[in-house]
Every structure is written in C-alpha cells, then in structure tokens.
Design a protein. Structure first.
Lengths: 417, 114, 478
C-alpha cells in the first residue's frame, strides 16, 4: 500500500511528489508512461521557464532537471515506461509495463497529473485533402527537438498558441520558411512575448480572424493551403483568399486536458475546463484523489503548474496524515466574461490564510477590474491594466474575506474599468 | 519615442523608449524591463536555444543554449556553427560544447543531461 | 502462367482471393496502391446492410441478403469485429411512412429476416436520442456494423497464408489476350494468367474496357463523414438511417466497432476519384441532415473527418458477369458491396467454373485467423499476454490502448504494412482522439526499427506520403 501514487511524471507530478515528501509522506510512487521523467518539458528546449519559481530563465529540460534533482534527494519511487490503465474510487491503480507486467497497486491517496493533449485537425474540421504533412505543433516539436528531423520546409501554422509560435521560430532557425501564422480569433492565443520573439523577430505574418479553408495535396503530401478572412460569425468571407504553396501545416489550436482515467473513475468533471472539479486544495469529488497541472486546466506557465501541484501534493499528505477535510463548500461561479475558475469549490473553514483562484477571461481587456461578489455584495476587487484569454489570471481570496460570503456561491467577473 | 513589448518575462509590458532622451524607458514594471527596452532599441540580443548531434544518448539530439544573449543579427551564424558540433554521451547540464560561438563571446552549453 | 489474376484488392478482390485460395490454383492479386483496401473499402459507412434496399430480382438484392447471412460466421472465423446491432430507417412524415412500408415489403420479398415496422415511440424506447419527430421506422435486426478494412485484411491475409500472392504498388496499364489466357501489363513486371477477375472498384470500367466492349460507366460518388470520440458512442444503439433518396441511403448515425460514433455521408459525383477530399459544404450538409435524426447531436467531440468514394455506375445493379472469355467482372460494386462481398466471391467462383476453371479444393486450407487486441482483453488475458510477450506491456497508442506487441505483430503479419496508417488499420494505433499526435512518432520509430529503414523513408499512408523531410544538422555529417 502506497501513501500516494502520482499518475504522470511531468512538471505537475514531480512537484506534487516532492511536496508530499516534504510534508512527511514516505511511500510515494510516480507512474510515468515515458522512458524518463519531465513530461513535455523534455521537448520544450526553448527558454522562458522558471522566472517566477527560480528567478532565472531556464529551458524546459533545465526546469525539469531542477525538480528531478529535488526528487533524487527523496525516497520517492518511480516507475517509468509504465501505463496506468485504470483507477477507481477505491484508490486502486491498474498499471502495465513491459518490465513488470500487469499490476494492481493500492494507495491511500492519488494525485492525477496526466497533463493534456493537443487538439487535432479532426476536432476542428479543416476541409480539404488528408495528406501527410499536417502535424500538431507538439508532434513536430518532438520530431525536431528530440529526434532531429524536420517535418517540412515551407510551413503554414494554424493557431497562435504558444507551441505553434515557438515552433515558428524553431523551424525558421533550422532553415524552414514559415509563411504565415493564421489565427481564428481576433486576438492571439499565445503570450505576447512569443508573438514578438517568435513571429515579429523573423518577419512571419500573423493573420488574426483568419483560418485555413482548404488543404490540397500532391503525391500524398501537403502542397497548398487556402486561408480566408472570417466575419464576426467566423464564416469565411468570399474573395479574401490568401494562397500558400507549402508542404506542411502545423496546428496549434488548443490543448485538451487528458482525463479519460478521471472520467472512468467517476470523478466529477467541469465541462468548462475539461478537467476535474476541484476544491481549494486540488482535491476532486472523490476524497483522497487530487489533480493538478494541465489535467485540471491548461496553464500558460509551468511555474504556476509547479505551484498548484505543490499544493496538491501537500493536500494529499494532509489527507493521509490528518484525515479528510469536512468543511462545507462555496461554489465559485463564472460572472461576466469569465470563462472558468479553478478551484470550482472552496471549503472556507479549511482555508488557512487565503485561497488561490485561477481563471481566464473571455475577451481582451485593457484597464479593467476583476470583481468577487457574494450575491449582490462586492467582496473584493482587483485592477488589471491588461487581460486576455491567452493569459491565465490569478487572485488570492483571503480567508477573512471568504468568511463574509453569504449563501453558498461566490461569483467572479471581469469588466472594463 | 518607440513602442515595444517587453519579452523579458511572460507579463509582456508595453514599453516606451525615448531615443532622444538617453533611451529612457517607461511602461516597465521592473528594472530588467528598462534594461531590455534600452538594449532592444540599440542592440537587440537573444538567447538562442537549439540542438546539437549527440551519439550514445537516449535521443539523437541534445538541447543546448547560448549562456548569454547574442546579437539578433548573429543568430543564424550561431546556428551554422552548431551544425558542425557533434558530442558524445554522457553530457551534463552546463557543459560547454562550443566556446565563444561565432565570435559572439557567448558559449553554447548543454541544457539536458544525456 | 498463373491460374487466376485478381485486379484490385479492396474487400471484393480480397473476398474473391480468399474463396479461390481454398482451391489448388495459383492466385495473384494486383493492387495499385501500397496497401490493400485503399479505395471504397477504407472509407464507407461500415455497415452490413440487411438487404431491404435493393429492388427485388437484382443481383444486389440476392447477394446482399446472402452476404449478410454469411458475414457472421466468416467474421467469427477470421476474427473480424462485427456486431448485428440492427438498423432503423426512420420516417418523419406520412409520406416517408409509405416509403418505410415499401422498404418493408421489398425486404420481405428479398428474404430479409425479422423485419418489423415500429412506431416512433417504440423506436425511441430502443434508441432514446432519436428525434421526437420520427413517426415510425423499419427495424431490421439483421443489419450489423463491421470494421471494413480489417474485414478486407482478414480475407486477404488468409488468402496469402493459403498461398495467394499479393503484389502491391502494381498498377495495371493494359491487358491483352494471349494463347490460353491474358497478359496483364503493369507498371512493374507483367503477369500472365489463365483467368482474370476485375475487382478494380471505381476503375473497374477502365479495366473492363481493356478486354471487352464498353458496357457500363463508373460514376464515382463521394461521401463525407464525421467520426466522433468514444464519449459519443452512447448516442446511437442501432444504425440510424433516414429514408433513402435518389442520391443513396442518406445521412446515417451509427456506432462503430471501435466504439466511436460515425455520422455521414453526403453523396456527390466527382471526376477525380483518387483522393476524395472533405469540403465545408459537404460537412455542413452532413451536420444539417444528421440533426434531423438526432437534434441533440453536437460536434464538440469530433475526432476526424474523412471522405470515401463509391463505385456507382450508370446501370442499376452490380456488374457481375463473364465480360469476355476467361474474364470475370466484379465491377461497379457500390453499396451494398461490403455486405455482399462474401456472396460476390462465391459468385465469382461460380462464373469461373462456367468458364472452365476446374481445380480441386485444397485438403486443409486455412480458414481461420486469430488476432490479439489488448484493448478488448480481460485483466487475466492482459496478464497472460504480457507474460508471454513483454511488448504487450508497453502501451504505444494511449487513446486506443494499443501495445507495442500488437504493432510489431502487425508489422510481421502476412501482409505487412509499409506506412503509419497501414499500422493503424491493422493494430488500431492512432485511431483515437489524439489521432496519432502522441503515438505517431513512436510508430514511425517502430516501423523504422522493424523494417530496417530510415525514419525518413516511413510513409504516412500511400506512395509519396513522406512524414519527415530531412535531418537537422546535416552539415555535421558531411
């Protein structure tokens, strides 16, 4: 019997395991399907990680190495090259590996940290041929950075998510021509700094409110794409065609939390995040099962993943050592222009000093205010000079403010100042 | 007056750099932003991340970076220099694979133990 | 000179090869693509129709009902996923209720077992998400769903195990009559055969015209589809058809054998059958029509679109006949071709015999096949599989839970795949919600390792569909 089984050894799982160890758990296991720890950070060789956490700019592998080093000084057990097939609310974990075969493991607590996957062509229904040469940005990144293969020479990128932007620069540096980055929305989905250093630095045009409306092929490989401008209802406007001869389309059109295990275990899901509904300590609807990182909601910064996961790991330790939290919960609701919140539920009596709250807004804001209300009563407000859907917002809700909430809900909204 | 977005951290501050006034920077929210704004107008530089060939490792490429920012105009020279590099596993983080790359003064260092 | 050459290895060519491989005869199958089942067989509704659609007295009517009846045992023998889930033809008006009645009568005449006309409420009891506007429906319990490419593979693999020879990437360019048979010119070596079977799908009219006077013209018809995630499979328990129209059987909603939900097709005649593509118009049409059957259907969980091609013709029936001396047409096999395949194969043997083909049956031909599918195994079976072969413990495709063991087995199967999609059709990797985003690079790696080729040579699918362009850091090699 393990005290804690952590599913997934990426940045979330590493931080959760470390933190649970620091809080006194001793029989901890990380199950990782890849042959090494670190998750997607291993292929994110660009820099920009760790500014919050380590006050310095690290590359993905360096950031992962910092956490792996911490782990090496603990007694946390790691199973690599091992797939979790099933978990259940009895906290049994079915795993399989080539080395050890099929095993059913038991744990007093579980942290879900499986991360996310990329949205594909099929999910967004791009018309046209279905040749080779259409890749999700992350697959192309793996080929390029780990295996040393170029997936193409003339590239059009659909979506302005960060991985797509990073790949625009990487492919350019490796000698490809990136013809355009095409974004469905009127704003970019990625961080501003990536627009500057990955597109503008290299003269790559960004077409906002555009999309790919046709993919053509020759000899089984992409040969041409048509891009069109979209009207307010996201319908292509006739006569706005941009034509590109290219051999590759990279998709950076969103990430989806990877929650098949979560759903199968009967854990309550939030359709807004595609992740589990979590409490203030990252506990899911099943006591003793916690979730953190991109499996809960997609983050823009790994630093925040680490912080959130440390809370989850600490909470798992608390659950094992002290027993479960019993407080009644406030439900956090989306107000105007807020897309989702994490956590979705806060057990006020269990909040020590303050509860972290993360959310995304639904549109681009300049000077604006975030408001936290209980019924009609304004409990708290925060000023922001800039907010965008591509950038996750973070606020702290102090316990003494939460204590003032009436009823069982709390509403978070955003508006122009 | 030039307007630019700070890329030092993900915050993306909108900077104003006054070229006629000693490159004074406004709009930054930290000293690093001020330094970035000043530098970006006069001599833009970037840290370069890429890979080099490695033999005997778990992967066929080893990620590397320049240990200091290099002039933007020299990035492709650095990339060309990296084409010539082939390293042998094991390597550790921070190990220099190419010193003073392309005469930029920066070293190329390993970013993943392989 | 070989005994029988089969042109085309879709499900019809494969079924004919399977049947012929039970005889003491040499069989060569010529396939222009680099894998089998690359035309109509790979992209269709994956339905084994009951047989109430075709007009009584047609070959289609007889062979559909006969083929349907044969499919169950065949699939059990060859380990092909098949399930008789039954189908509905839904009527939304009194007019359509008449059509349903006509189909019922036709079905009875065609010998379709178990047909019933059910009320709207009865239908909704059996399939709760069907539109409240449905007034009645034809229920055909003998209709089923199948994995069509696996079906063709099972037939062709078994034929190969019985000694048939499959030549892929071999396109027929001309056929001439020679003493005692035919000489078939291809882009590779020519083949001389005593008998020829034309199973060339959308190209079957062109092959026919090489030896016989023009008799029919293929009018390729394209159909576009949506595939939805497994999370949507619950929406349909049966195959949900609407009333057929001139263009075909209309837009259907059905679960698949891989527990996805399939929605489509439209029908559009096209000039270029080689690479049917999806269009915004076609996809919108499918969504609009499907909403009629199931108003609650959404496309949030779509994982793939595809388009398939059907060999419709200017004649109202299959073209199954002796086209010339020793030359059999299994041509213009449109819907219900998949359902009829095993019956068409028997028909082919019968016609060959009429032409004088008279070999003995083999004493012990292979007629069964077993395949390990980790995702469908019980816990005990999984334990056994991994202890027998550790590669069954390494999950490569995490969406579909396909192991390295299955992929390696597929690569060394009787008809080895030469592409990532070839592996997908055999092992199921990359079929799921991430569409190979995660396992694609790993499958490339395994293919490269097992075939001893550079990853740069690994194809996505057909000829020329290279995945990787070049190595980075090339100068260092020079």
């Amino acid at each position: 019997m393990y005290d804690l089984i952590v599913i997934g050894g990426g940045p979330a799982g590493l931080a959760a395991a470390n933190s649970a160890w620091q809080k006194g758990l001793r029989r901890i296991l990380i199950v990782e399907r890849d042959k090494e720890l670190g998750g997607i950070l291993n292929q994110c060789i660009h820099n920009g990680f760790g500014l919050h956490r380590f006050k310095e700019e690290l590359t993905g592998p360096e950031y992962a190495a910092r956490f792996i080093e911490m782990l090496n000084s603990t007694g946390v057990e790691v199973m690599l090259d091992t797939m979790v097939l099933e978990i259940n609310d009895q906290r049994q974990v079915h795993v399989i590996s080539a080395e050890k075969g099929y095993q059913v493991l038991e744990a007093r607590s579980i942290v879900l940290s499986m991360g996310c996957r990329e949205r594909t062509r099929g999910a967004i229904g791009i018309p046209g041929d279905r040749p080779a040469g259409v890749f999700t940005a992350g697959s192309a990144q793996r080929y390029l950075n780990l295996e040393g293969y170029m997936v193409g020479k003339r590239v059009v990128i659909l979506g302005s998510g960060d991985i797509g932007l990073i790949m625009a620069r990487r492919m350019t540096l490796e000698g490809a021509t990136v013809l355009a980055c095409v974004e469905l929305m009127p704003y970019s989905g990625g961080l501003m700094r990536n627009i500057v250093q990955c597109l503008q630095d290299w003269g790559i045009p960004l077409y906002l409110s555009h999309t790919i409306t046709d993919i053509q092929s020759q000899n089984g490989r992409v040969s041409h794409v048509t891009v069109q401008k979209l009207d307010e209802n996201r319908n292509p406007i006739p006569g706005t065609n941009l034509e590109f001869d290219c051999d590759t389309v990279l998709l950076s059109v969103g990430l989806i939390p990877e929650n098949e295990l979560t759903r199968a275990a009967g854990i309550e899901m939030d359709p807004r995040t595609n992740g589990a509904v979590v409490y203030e300590n990252m506990e899911t609807s099943v006591p003793g099962i916690f979730a953190c990182g991109n499996v809960v909601h997609v983050h823009d910064l790994v630093d925040y993943v680490s912080a959130e996961s440390e809370r989850a790991g600490a909470a798992a330790a608390e659950f094992v050592l002290k027993g479960k939290r019993e407080g009644t919960a406030l439900t956090v609701q989306n107000g105007a222009d807020v897309g989702y919140t994490v956590p979705q539920k806060i057990r006020v009596s269990d909040v020590e000093k303050a509860a972290d709250l993360f959310f995304r807004v639904r549109k681009v804001f300049r000077d604006s205010v975030i408001e936290v209300r209980s019924g009609d009563e304004l409990l708290l407000s925060f000023k922001r000079d800039h907010m965008a859907p591509g950038e996750m917002e973070h606020i702290l809700l102090p316990r003494k403010i939460l204590d003032q909430a009436r009823g069982d809900t709390l509403t978070v909204s955003a508006k122009e100042a | 007056m030039k307007e630019l977005v700070c890329i030092v951290c993900p915050k993306g501050c909108r900077l104003h750099v006054d070229e006629e006034n000693g490159f004074a920077v406004t709009g930054n929210s930290c000293p690093r932003g001020a330094a970035y704004g000043k530098n970006e107008i006069q001599n833009p530089t970037r840290v370069l991340t890429s890979t080099v060939k490695i033999t005997g490792g778990a992967y066929r490429r080893c990620p590397v970076k320049t240990d200091a920012a290099v002039p933007k105009g020299r990035l492709m020279d650095v990339m060309r220099a990296l084409n010539e590099v082939e390293i042998q596993s094991p390597v550790s983080i921070g190990q220099v694979v190419l010193a003073d790359v392309a005469g930029t003064g920066a070293n190329v260092v390993v970013t993943k133990a392989l | 000179m070989i005994d029988v050459a089969i042109i085309g290895c879709g499900v019809i060519g494969a079924a004919a090869a399977f049947e012929l491989s039970k005889y003491q005869a040499s069989v060569v199958i010529l396939e222009k693509e680099n894998d089998i089942a690359m035309g109509a067989t790979r992209a269709n509704s994956a339905i084994i129709h009951a047989g109430y659609d075709p007009k009584p007295g047609t070959l289609m009517a007889r062979l559909n009902v006969q083929g349907n009846a044969m499919t169950e045992q065949l699939c059990r023998d060859l380990d092909v996923p098949f399930s008789r889930i039954g189908s509905f033809v839904l009527a939304f008006s009194a007019q359509e209720a008449k059509t349903v009645q006509t189909l019922y009568e036709r079905g009875v005449q065609n010998g379709v077992p178990g047909l019933q006309v059910l009320s709207g409420d009865e239908v909704r009891q059996m399939d709760p998400l069907v539109s409240p506007e449905v007034v009645c429906a034809l229920y055909a319990p003998s209709a089923g769903i199948i994995t069509p490419w696996e079906y063709a593979l099972a037939l062709a693999e078994t034929a190969v195990r019985n000694g048939a020879e499959l030549r892929r990437s071999t396109r027929v360019t001309g056929i001439s009559k020679i003493e005692g048979g035919y000489r078939i010119e291809t882009n590779r070596e020519p083949v001389e055969a005593r008998y020829v079977i034309n199973a060339a799908g959308v190209y079957s009219d062109q092959i026919h015209d090489m030896v016989a006077p023009h008799a029919f013209t293929v009018i390729p018809s394209k159909g576009e589809y949506y595939v939805m995630d497994k999370s949507e499979c619950y929406r349909a328990r049966h195959v949900l058809f609407q009333c057929p129209n001139e263009a075909g059987k209309g837009v259907l909603i059905t679960p698949t054998m891989d527990h996805n939900l399939l929605v489509g097709p439209n029908a559009e005649n096209v000039d270029e059958p080689q690479h049917p593509s999806n269009t915004a118009r076609g996809m919108a049409f499918v969504r609009e029509k499907a909403a009629r059957t199931m108003p609650s259907l959404t496309y949030r969980a779509a994982i793939r679109n595809f388009a398939g091609i059907r060999a419709n013709t200017d004649i109202g029936d299959f073209q199954i006949s002796i086209a010339a001396e020793h030359f059999i047409d299994l041509a213009g096999i449109k819907s219900p071709g998949l359902s009829s395949a095993p019956a068409i194969a028997l028909e082919a043997v019968k016609l060959l015999k009429e032409c004088g083909f008279a070999p003995e049956k083999k004493e012990h031909p292979v007629t069964t096949r077993r395949k390990k599918r980790f995702r469908f195994m019980s816990e005990e079976e999984r334990k056994a599989a991994v202890s027998e072969n550790p590669l069954y413990g390494r999950v490569i495709c995490r969406c579909e839970t396909v192991t390295e063991g299955e992929i390696v087995d597929a690569i060394h199967s009787p008809i080895p795949p030469c592409s990532v999609d070839g592996v997908k059709r055999r092992a199921g990797s990359g079929m799921g919600r991430c569409q190979g985003g995660f396992c694609g690079p790993r499958v490339v790696d395994i293919l490269s390792r097992e075939l001893g080729i550079s990853p740069l040579c690994v194809l996505q699918d057909g000829e020329g569909s290279f995945i990787l362009m070049e190595e980075t850091k090339k100068e260092a090699q020079a």
